[in-house]
Ligand binder design. Structure first.
Ligand SMILES: Cc1cc2nc3c(=O)[nH]c(=O)nc-3n(C[C@H](O)[C@H](O)[C@H](O)COP(=O)(O)OP(=O)(O)OC[C@H]3O[C@@H](n4cnc5c(N)ncnc54)[C@H](O)[C@@H]3O)c2cc1C
Length: 535
């Protein structure tokens, strides 16, 4: 008889490790395997986007991650021997208004350390070699390092097994797309330069782009597009001499380069699975979507796939939500991945233009448009994944339509509302949170809402009252968490007009927005996604 487990995570890259971390946080048992030894020993994915930092804040990892990396707070573009754009600092609406450059090795190390401290074993050198889907579960064969075969039955399979996903292939899920013509090389090295180390530096020319990114106390990542250089157009590595010559050729500023500690060529594919779910099996991260590293989106998207799915799966396994909740994983993440593919391919072509006329046009466009605050903010909010909007998800219900303020489907906006506390300090954790903002309307009482929430949904929904006035008697009479927003910081951020509900999902997106007239719809929403206790 095969042993039976609820969940098997296949792959312990950034996506699989994040899934494991999240399932553990939500109190679900699982096994996690990888056919290789983890963590990776090279820097690989460096750019950690602002939204991922917010996610790590919720997961309780952000301080440790920040301590190991370099915050990138600005972006510079150079062309024709001059600087054509300078964005500093990024004006992002977040408590982490920067991108963190952090070696993937450190990201994986920290995740593994936390998992091991909670007695989660990452089973390394264990290869999944067979998969059969059965009526309500999957039969899996594992191959251990000593050649021993093991058969297990698992209700859920989480495919985080990377770009060449065995799971995706075995399930005949198409992975359509194409290879892009651009070829890049990267090198991690020590640079002697006066360029500010807390900013990215991009040198654009008809020869191909060159980027410098500082990612720890010592090292920079150099990235070069080399498709037009015959001896490098398909290269797996670059020599020290070739690197020095290319940098000298493309960068007009004085720079000294030491011999790289690692270098690699990379080919770019733009491909996406036709579905991220098949019965009891999910695809996440590179198993579901691969694209150009331009804009540093891949690892971030994988981590957020895990953050999106884990709480839903945990709720279904614990029977606090109906199985239909799981449909929203595909509904939300697939359109987002599609958008990422489109944007990263565009970015790759845009920075790699060779035609002199188009290069001149691009440079003119960048130098002018990046001076416009609105344009700048849009570009960087997209790149940092702060603009994720699950507009068409079944989990999104907005009763206020076009009204101002953050809409249902967008992320929780966070800010410090006094010297020491932010909204996140109240909502951090694994439950849903109902934020009730009071304007000046004192005819609304939280008591009945609190009573119904407790009776029907127990500890699944936390109620938080947010009032401008510490003396609001209606708030005091209720034993729920309260925020006194005396400086109006949160009220202004959420553009509050009248008593307003924001129901925050466990992954800190706004599920529902409405005002006091919409209380009935709010409870219908909760009943749809949370199993009501029998009363
Ligand atoms: C040069 C470069 C730079 C990049 N820079 C960035 C960046 O700055 N920011 C960013 O967000 N992204 C970046 N990316 C993309 C990023 O590296 C990937 O998107 C990310 O690593 C994907 O993580 P993953 O966990 O989904 O897959 P992977 O990291 O590929 O992990 C998959 C794991 O599954 C295991 N596995 C596979 N098959 C099996 C099996 N049958 N049984 C058991 N285990 C199995 C593998 O051993 C592997 O450990 C970059 C990529 C490259 C190549």
């Amino acid at each position: 008889m095969p042993t039976s487990i609820p969940v098997l995570i296949v792959g312990a890259g950034p996506t699989g490790l994040s899934m494991a971390f999240e399932l553990k946080r939500h109190g679900v048992d699982f096994r996690i395997i990888d056919k290789q030894i983890k963590p990776v020993k090279t820097s690989n994915a460096l750019g950690v986007q602002t939204r991922t930092l917010e996610v790590w804040d919720d997961m309780g990892l952000v301080k440790e991650m920040l301590a190991q990396g370099c915050p990138i707070k600005g972006f510079n573009i150079y062309a024709n021997k001059k600087q054509i754009a300078h964005v500093y600092p990024f004006e992002l609406l977040s408590l982490y208004p920067f991108v963190l450059a952090l070696s993937q090795q450190h990201t994986e190390e920290i995740l593994i350390k936390h998992l091991e401290s909670q007695n989660v074993k990452i089973e390394m050198n264990v290869d999944m070699i067979d998969l059969k889907q059965q009526e309500n579960n999957c039969l899996i064969t594992l191959n251990h390092a000593d050649g021993k075969k093991e058969t297990i039955e698992t209700t859920w399979v989480i495919g985080c097994d990377g770009a060449h996903s065995y799971i995706r292939e075995k399930c005949n899920i198409p992975f359509q797309g194409k290879e892009l013509p651009q070829h890049f090389v990267l090198a991690d090295t020590v640079l002697k330069t006066d360029l500010p180390s807390n900013q990215v530096h991009a040198f654009l020319s008809e020869k191909g782009p060159l980027f410098f990114i500082r990612y720890d106390d010592k090292y920079f990542r150099i990235i070069l597009e080399v498709s037009a250089i015959p001896e490098l157009a398909n290269a797996k590595t670059i020599s020290y001499e070739q690197l020095k010559n290319l940098v000298k050729d493309r960068c007009f500023l004085p720079i000294e380069i030491e011999e790289p500690i690692w270098n690699s060529g990379f080919w770019i594919h733009e491909r996406m699975a036709s579905t991220f779910r098949q019965n009891n099996l999910f695809l996440l991260g590179d198993a579901a979507h691969i694209h150009s590293p331009a804009g540093a989106q891949g690892m971030n998207t994988g981590i957020q796939d895990a953050y999106n799915l884990a709480w839903k799966l945990a709720s279904v396994i614990k029977k606090t939500s109906p199985p239909e909740l799981l449909n929203t994983y595909n509904q939300e993440r697939l359109p987002f991945a599609k958008k990422i593919l489109k944007n990263t391919t565009f970015l790759t072509h845009f920075v790699s233009l060779k035609n002199p006329f188009l290069c001149a046009l691009r440079n003119l466009f960048l130098s002018h448009l990046l001076k416009i605050k609105k344009f700048r903010n849009k570009v960087f909010s997209n790149l940092t994944q702060l603009n994720i909007y699950y507009k068409n998800s079944g989990l999104t219900k907005d009763c206020l339509g076009a009204k101002k303020g953050p809409k249902a489907g967008t992320r929780l906006l966070d800010a410090k509302y006094n010297d020491t506390q932010s909204l996140m300090d109240h909502v951090r954790g694994t439950t849903w949170c109902l934020l009730v903002f009071f304007d000046k309307n004192l005819n609304f009482s939280l008591g009945p809402i609190q009573e119904t929430l407790e009776k029907k949904f127990g500890s699944c929904v936390k109620l938080i009252g947010i009032s401008l006035n510490p003396l609001n008697a209606l708030m005091e009479s209720v034993v729920c968490e309260t925020i006194f927003d005396i400086n109006k910081v949160l009220h202004q951020l959420y553009e509050i007009k009248g008593t307003t509900f924001f129901l925050i999902r466990p992954d800190k997106y706004i599920g529902f927005r409405g005002n006091e007239k919409d209380e009935k719809i709010l409870f219908e929403y909760l009943h749809q996604f949370l199993q009501s206790r029998s009363i």
